[in-house]
Write a protein that binds this ligand. Structure first.
Ligand SMILES: NC(=O)c1ccc[n+]([C@@H]2O[C@H](COP(=O)([O-])OP(=O)(O)OC[C@H]3O[C@@H](n4cnc5c(N)ncnc54)[C@H](O)[C@@H]3O)[C@@H](O)[C@H]2O)c1
Length: 309
C-alpha cells in the first residue's frame, strides 16, 4: 500500500491514524477519533474518509455516524473483505468488552470507492480469507459466478474486479430488500453460525484464525447440514467441499465439536433447544431461519471433521 503522504489528491486533508487490528476497534479508539475531530475543528459539514480494511470502515463509520449526530463519510476499502463485504450494507460498529460489533448503527456512506490496486500489498492469507465472502455470495445466489471461480481459480488483484462487481451486486440486492436485517439479509449468514463459533473457540484456545478460514469451515458444515436435512444434492455437496476445504482453517479436530456446539448455542439468534441456520437447497438458492436440533448439527460437524480434516 502506498504511504499515506504519497496519495496524491489527499493533500488538504487532516489524517487521523489508527493502529491496525480488531483489538483497537473499541470505545477507546472511537473516543480518540471523536477527540481528534473535535480538536481539528471538524464541524457537522466535515467528511470522514475511512481508508483501510473492514476494521477501519466499521470504526470510522461508527465515529462519523455519531459525531454531531452524524457527519458524512466515505469508505475507501483496502482489503478484499472490505471491498466485497464490510464497506457496503450500512452496518458500522465497534466491539465492546469481548463482544463483537455490540455497539453500532446502520448508516450508509455517501460513497464507496473501490480501487483494486490497494490489494497488491495485501498478504496472501488475508486476500484468500476475504475471497471467502465472495465465494459465499456465489454459493447463496449465483451458480454462474461459482462456476466461473471453479474454472478460473482465485483471480489476482488485477483480474479481481469483475468478480467483485458481481459479488457486490448480489449483496446489494439482498440488503436493499432488507436494509435493517430483519429477515432476508440473514441469508448472508450462510456459514457464519458455525464460523463465529469456531472463531470464538479459537480465541479461547489462543489459536490464530482468520475470519474467512472460519467461514469456509462453517460453510462446509452448513452445506453438509443442507445435504442431510434440506435435500441439497450430493454432487453439489462434493463440489463445495473440495472448493471450500482449500480456504478452510485446517486445525479442527473431533475433540472440538462440543466447544463449537456450545458457541452456536450462545449465538444471539438461538433461543431454546433449536438452533437457527441459513441452508441451501441448490447452489444459488439459500433460505434463512431453518431450525435444527443439536444432534443434527453435531452429526454434520462430526462428518465434516472426520471425512475432510
Ligand atoms: N460492517 C460489515 O458489514 C462487516 C462485514 C464483514 C466484516 N466486518 C468487519 O471487518 C473487519 C475485518 O476486516 P478486514 O479483514 O479487512 O481486516 P482489517 O481491516 O483488520 O485488515 C486486515 C489487515 O490488513 C492490513 N491491510 C489493510 N489493507 C491493506 C493493504 N491494502 N495492504 C496491506 N495490508 C493491508 C490491516 O492493517 C490489517 O493488518 C472486522 O472488524 C469485521 O468485524 C464488517
Amino acid at each position: 500500500m502506498p504511504k499515506f503522504e504519497e496519495l496524491s489528491g489527499l493533500k488538504n486533508i487532516e489524517p487521523i491514524l489508527i493502529p491496525e487490528g480488531d483489538d483497537f476497534k473499541n470505545l477507546q479508539t472511537a473516543e480518540f477519533i471523536w477527540e481528534s475531530l473535535f480538536k481539528k475543528k471538524a464541524d457537522r459539514y466535515a467528511l470522514l474518509i475511512n481508508l483501510g480494511g473492514g476494521m477501519i470502515n466499521d470504526l470510522g463509520g461508527f465515529c462519523a455516524g455519531t459525531y454531531f449526530r452524524g457527519i458524512d463519510f466515505v469508505h475507501v476499502p483496502t482489503t478484499v473483505l472490505a471491498q466485497v463485504d464490510a464497506s457496503i450494507g450500512g452496518k458500522v460498529a465497534i466491539d465492546y468488552k469481548k463482544y463483537k460489533n455490540l455497539i453500532g448503527l446502520f448508516k450508509n456512506p455517501a460513497y464507496v470507492f473501490i480501487e483494486t490496486q490497494f490489494l497488491q500489498t495485501l498478504p496472501e492469507n488475508q486476500y484468500r480469507s476475504g475471497f471467502v465472502e465472495l465465494l459465499k455470495h456465489a454459493i447463496i445466489a449465483s451458480p454462474h459466478l461459482l462456476s466461473e471461480i471453479e474454472k478460473k481459480g482465485v483471480p489476482k488483484w488485477d483480474k479481481i474486479y469483475p468478480f467483485l462487481e458481481k459479488s457486490l451486486m448480489i449483496k446489494r440486492q439482498i440488503i436493499e430488500a432488507d436494509p435493517y436485517d430483519h429477515n432476508k439479509r440473514q441469508v448472508l449468514n450462510f456459514g457464519h453460525s458455525v464460523g463465529h463459533a469456531v472463531e470464538s473457540l479459537c480465541s479461547e484456545l489462543n489459536q490464530k484464525i482468520l475470519h474467512g478460514e472460519a467461514v469456509a469451515f462453517g460453510m462446509m458444515v452448513e452445506s453438509m447440514l443442507s445435504y442431510q436435512t434440506n435435500d441439497f444434492p450430493k454432487e453439489d455437496l462434493d463440489r463445495l467441499m473440495s472448493l471450500l476445504h482449500d480456504f478452510s482453517y485446517k486445525k479442527i479436530k473431533l475433540k472440538h465439536v462440543d466447544g463449537i456446539l456450545d458457541g452456536i448455542k450462545r449465538d444471539k439468534k438461538n433461543f431454546g433447544k433449536e438452533l437457527k441456520f441459513t441452508l441451501i437447497r441448490d447452489i444459488g438458492n439459500a433460505h434463512y431461519g431453518y431450525s435444527r436440533g443439536p444432534d443434527a448439527v453435531r452429526n454434520a460437524l462430526e462428518l465434516v471433521i472426520d471425512n475432510y480434516f
